[in-house]
Design a protein around this ligand. Structure first.
Ligand SMILES: [Zn+2]
Length: 75
């Protein structure tokens, strides 16, 4: 799981077969494919690459089209 500052919550993915691939880098993780999360009106579509979250423009939050450093886990 990682914390998403756009949604102000966590997103979780499943690694491995039928799930996401991970570059096994804990400091600068890359996950494939992209992650798409829908919570009511809020749509969040992003890639996590080299420790950064890259939000795609079909997201509906303020960070769409931007990329941010993957934040520390706040919980
Ligand atoms: Zn999000």
């Amino acid at each position: 799981m990682f914390f998403c500052p756009a949604c102000n919550t966590s997103h979780g993915i499943t690694l491995g077969r039928n799930g996401w691939s991970w570059n096994e880098n804990e400091d600068k993780p890359t996950f494939n494919p992209s992650l798409y999360s829908v919570a009511g009106e809020l749509k969040c579509h992003c890639f996590v690459r080299d420790g950064r979250i890259e939000y795609l423009t079909d997201s509906t939050h303020d960070l769409r089209g931007k990329s941010v450093e993957l934040p520390d886990w706040p919980f």
